[in-house]
Design a protein around this ligand. Structure first.
Ligand code: SF4
Length: 113
């Protein structure tokens, strides 16, 4: 089941009220549920060695959110990270290239599907 996140509610630096940070993010929840998150995938994260505080930005500070998402965008284990975050209901911070708002969206839609 693909869930298309509506990122249009995400503010951006250009126009905080209307411009999305990302065009959209499609999450295949069924595929993510099958991802093995038991290993030490996090050792391969692009965030390794960075200050963890970067990934817990104030959701209203667009520049800080964008900085964390940019790191995730180049991460080789992004999908596994997102599967982990969804599986553990990580409701704060940036995980797998998604914001906490986006993950709440996925979890809500998964419940209602
Ligand atoms: S997706 Fe982001 S938070 Fe997850 S391991 Fe990669 S860089 Fe770190």
């Amino acid at each position: 089941m693909d869930i298309l996140l509506d990122a249009s509610s995400q503010p951006s630096m250009a126009n905080p009220s209307t411009t999305p940070l990302m065009d959209r993010v499609t999450v295949d929840v069924d595929a993510l549920a099958a991802v093995d998150t038991s290993g030490q995938w996090y050792l391969h994260g692009a965030c390794r060695g960075l200050d963890a505080a970067i990934f817990y930005p104030d959701p209203d500070v667009v520049e800080d959110v964008a900085r964390a998402l940019a790191v995730c965008a180049g991460c080789d284990v992004r999908e596994t990270c997102l599967a982990h975050a969804l599986g553990r209901r990580e409701l704060t911070g940036i995980w797998g290239g998604t914001t906490e708002r986006e993950r709440r969206q996925v979890l809500r839609r998964r419940r209602s599907a």
